[in-house]
Design a protein around this ligand. Structure first.
Ligand SMILES: *[C@@H]1O[C@H](CO)[C@@H](O)[C@H](O)[C@H]1NC(C)=O
Ligand SMILES: *[C@@H]1O[C@H](CO)[C@@H](O)[C@H](O)[C@H]1NC(C)=O
Length: 277
């Protein structure tokens, strides 16, 4: 195994707001409990109601998918750590002009950055922008957008506390079919160079790598996927790799990322698991 790169890992343990919100409770053995709070819901709830639920469940970290003012405002004064996001459809705007990034930071970050305001920790630039099914639509805009937004945060004087990152789907890295062990992992060949540049930028700004890992999608989307390997309680097939012994796809996937980061020259980068399904 590569050196443990985990600083904060969020694992899915349950879903609150049954059938209502794209809110998944995530817990961690390392860094605390976080929730993804989306706004596409079958039963819309008032942001103040959601915030009350978060507090009642002891949730101290939340990841949003945009900067909706009503939602963000509801988190003011709670101390809850917030990941704010710039949606993919805004990446072109953020990459084409530094001024747009500056305005975004002013309207969506610094206005909340005061006593009794919102405890923003990260800005997520895009959401899984390199997903294979996007056909490369965001390949040219994501990194320039990332750089512009981090620069705008730095210039606004908050860049030492508020970091940019890019939540990426686990499909940005993999191990070859003929050598399916974590230590053989690397970033996808079509984006490998870009990924190396991005992770080195993140390292230079003390920002974490955010990966979304979906053991159950692996299970449901692949015929013949060994069911027990999707769960943490073992009893299924295992993978042996250079002395490491994997009993579930989550650990194997996580370490495939850790190896990929090591090969990119950033072996100690903190990894945050942004979503797990
Ligand atoms: C701030 O974020 C909101 C919500 O994502 C977005 O609609 C708005 O355009 C952003 N503001 C600027 C100045 O980019
Ligand atoms: C990607 O390409 C496929 C096949 O050509 C197409 O069906 C799909 O709509 C495209 N998706 C996007 C986001 O452009």
């Amino acid at each position: 195994m590569p050196p443990p790169a985990a600083a904060l890992a969020w694992l899915s343990i349950a879903t609150i707001a049954v059938a209502a919100v794209a809110v998944a409770i995530v817990s961690s053995s390392v860094g605390g409990i976080g929730v993804n709070w989306g706004t596409q819901m079958s039963h819309p709830m008032l942001p103040t109601t959601v915030v009350r639920m978060l507090k009642a469940n002891g949730i101290s970290q939340v990841k949003l998918f945009d900067g909706d003012a009503w939602t963000v405002g509801a988190l003011a004064g709670t101390g809850i750590e917030v990941v704010l996001a710039i949606p993919n459809d805004q990446l072109a705007r953020m990459s084409s002009s530094y001024d747009n990034a500056k305005k975004w930071v002013k309207e969506n970050v610094t206005r909340y950055d005061h006593d009794g305001g919102v405890n923003i920790k990260y800005v997520a630039v895009g959401n899984e922008p390199f997903l294979k099914s996007y056909n490369g639509s965001f390949l040219r805009t994501t990194f320039p957008a990332l750089k512009n937004v981090q620069k705008a945060l730095d210039e606004a004087g908050v860049g030492n506390r508020i970091k940019t990152t890019v939540p990426l789907n686990a499909d940005v890295y993999s191990s070859p079919d003929d050598d399916p062990v974590p230590s053989a992992g690397n970033f996808r060949s079509d984006i490998c160079e870009l990924m190396v540049q991005i992770v080195r930028f993140l390292r230079d700004h003390n920002a974490p790598f955010v990966a979304n890992i979906y053991p159950f999608l692996s299970l449901y989307q692949n015929h013949g996927f060994p069911v027990a390997f999707a769960f943490f309680d073992g009893g299924g097939p295992t993978i042996d790799d250079k002395g490491a012994h994997y009993t579930n796809v989550f650990d194997a996937n996580y370490d495939t990322l850790a190896w990929s980061l090591k090969k990119a020259g950033v072996p100690n980068m903190p990894i945050i698991v942004g979503e797990v399904v």
